[in-house]
Design a protein around this ligand. Structure first.
Ligand SMILES: Cc1cc2nc3c(=O)[nH]c(=O)nc-3n(C[C@H](O)[C@H](O)[C@H](O)COP(=O)(O)OP(=O)(O)OC[C@H]3O[C@@H](n4cnc5c(N)ncnc54)[C@H](O)[C@@H]3O)c2cc1C
Length: 489
């Protein structure tokens, strides 16, 4: 009989494990409490593929950061997602800081990072014209890159689903109990039995680990706040610019994104609330103050939104991977804080090999490594776009004007494997609502498309699943759906 493996969590870690595990012959089930893939920390981070100079040599973080960074470009081709090796700079703002920069260079070399070098002020200024006048030198890491965290996570999960992995959303795991033949996993939707469990539940991963093991771990949610700047700020920064920690603290980064925005942040504040992803006036002030230490005239007037993510910081500050000694067949992917996004493919590959060996799984005869992304009509040549519109006129109807997203792309986002079911689901897949107006303009149109394509009343369409309905009342004398019919956006 086939072995059953349950993965808790459909963030980038759980999705990567699901994707690599789907190469093996087993029944794999992902249980996710959110309504979609990528609703936790994987949706709110700096989106950097770290080169790997920061982690302490010898740690799992250092190992999987480097391996993940080296896998990412090929993976982005297999999964048809954007990847840009823009390189990263760690800027030193005082002469006193140079030994710190040299120590970072040495740490990077010990970790096996290629092509690292320290550059002086002149070259730095050439590479990054808006660098602060105070900057004296920088560590240059050409292997640093940027990626889209939503597209990476969604693509990994879609590819896993195409290879037979089952995803159950809106399914919260409540408790795990070991028995002689595996695990009973109690969820809000009933109990599931599994031969092995993978714990990829992000900031909740200590809870499940501690239910099965006496070697206790402890996660603190560490909040990071950001500001995201409009496309109009594109070109302001060319590389990921970090600050060398100094007398002014750890600093924040300023980076381009793969979608031509500029991202500034994050802060770092330990909190108790595992769902505490609100931004604060103080946090955003700190982002602005610290960014201006390393970069001149940051165009903060172009800010279109702010957001916060929670790092799953474990007390020992390293990834916790594999079976605890006293809990065979329970596999942790816990404490996956930064560089977790970078490390995800390497963790997914290593952990799935470990699980396959322990369970005696054999590789499937056929496995599909490639996944076709959603066509980006706005990025096609005029001829190719016209041809696409001839084949399907929905690609000629622009729904999100800020990001130039057509109805054809939205319909594809809804109908592909693990398709979008909410406004946020559409937004993360095709960027409708990600632009300057932050969905103010296109939301009613996207709601109509969701309602039509999912066959649900307009009043049932949600922002992000659960109770997040957008229509809360009915106009006098009109049924909920009539109230919104015929509205032109
Ligand atoms: C501010 C910040 C900046 C960062 N920047 C970077 C960066 O630039 N580069 C980089 O490499 N890394 C970065 N990281 C780290 C990276 O984002 C994380 O390591 C990674 O996203 C963690 O993914 P995950 O899948 O482990 O967790 P998550 O994405 O949180 O996924 C866990 C999933 O488990 C689900 N879940 C939880 N409890 C249950 C339950 N009871 N039942 C069912 N499902 C459950 C959640 O809903 C969630 O979907 C950053 C993190 C933060 C916070």
């Amino acid at each position: 009989m086939k072995k059953t493996i349950v993965i808790i969590g459909a963030g980038v870690t759980g999705s990567a494990i699901a994707r690599y595990l789907s190469r093996y012959d087993a029944d794999i089930l992902v249980l996710e409490k959110g309504e979609d893939v990528c609703t936790g920390t994987s949706k709110a981070n700096s989106a950097i593929v770290h080169a790997g100079f920061d982690a302490k040599p010898g740690t799992l973080m250092a190992k999987y950061n480097l391996e993940g960074s080296e896998m990412m470009e090929d993976l982005s081709k297999e999964l048809d997602i954007p990847y840009d090796r823009c390189g990263s700079l760690v800027v030193c703002l005082t002469e006193d800081g140079i030994p710190g920069l040299e120590a970072l260079l040495e740490k990077g070399r010990q970790n096996g990072v290629r092509e690292l070098e320290i550059i002086g002020r002149e070259r730095l200024k050439e590479m990054e014209p808006n660098i602060a006048d105070e900057a004296v030198a920088a560590l240059w890491a050409p292997t640093g890159a940027i990626i889209c965290p939503f597209e990476l996570t969604i693509a990994l999960a879609e590819n896993a689903a195409e290879n037979g992995v089952e995803f159950r959303f809106n399914t919260e795991v409540l408790r795990i109990q070991k028995d002689y033949h595996g695990f009973f996993i109690e969820t809000g939707e009933g109990t599931v039995h599994a031969d092995a469990v993978v714990n990829a539940s992000g900031v909740y991963s200590d809870i499940f680990h501690n239910q099965v093991s006496e070697e206790k771990i402890h996660i603190t949610p560490r909040k990071g706040e950001y500001e995201l700047l409009d496309h109009e700020a594109s070109g302001y920064v060319r590389h990921t610019v970090f600050q060398l920690p100094g007398p002014y603290g750890k600093g924040v980064l300023v980076t381009p994104t793969v979608h031509d925005n500029v991202l500034v942040g994050p802060t770092a504040l330990d909190i108790e609330d595992r769902e505490g992803t609100n931004t604060t006036a103080g946090g955003l002030r700190e982002v602005q103050t610290k960014a201006t230490l390393a970069m001149k005239d940051v165009p903060f007037r172009k800010t279109i939104t702010s957001f916060a993510g929670l790092r799953a910081h474990e007390d020992r500050h390293d990834f916790i991977l594999g079976e605890p000694k006293d809990a065979p067949f329970f596999f942790d992917a816990a404490g996956i804080e930064s560089p977790g996004l970078t490390s995800a493919p390497a963790i997914g590959k290593a952990l799935s090999e470990q699980i396959a060996e322990r369970l005696g799984l054999s590789k499937k005869a056929e496995w599909k490594a490639e996944r076709q992304g959603i066509v980006k009509a706005g990025e096609l040549t005029l001829e190719a776009r016209n041809e696409l519109i001839r084949q399907n006129p929905l690609y000629g109807r622009i729904i999100c004007r800020c990001e130039s997203i057509s109805e054809g792309e939205i319909v594809d986002a809804i109908h592909r494997p693990l398709g979008a079911k909410s406004l946020d689901g559409v937004k993360r897949r095709v960027r409708a609502g990600m632009g300057r107006c932050q969905a103010g303009f296109c939301s009613p149109r996207v709601m109509e498309i969701l309602s039509r394509e999912l066959g649900i009343p307009l009043s049932e369409v949600t922002k992000a699943g659960g109770k997040s309905r957008i229509i809360t009342g009915v106009l006098k004398g009109a049924a909920p759906d009539e109230a919104c019919e015929g509205k032109e956006a």
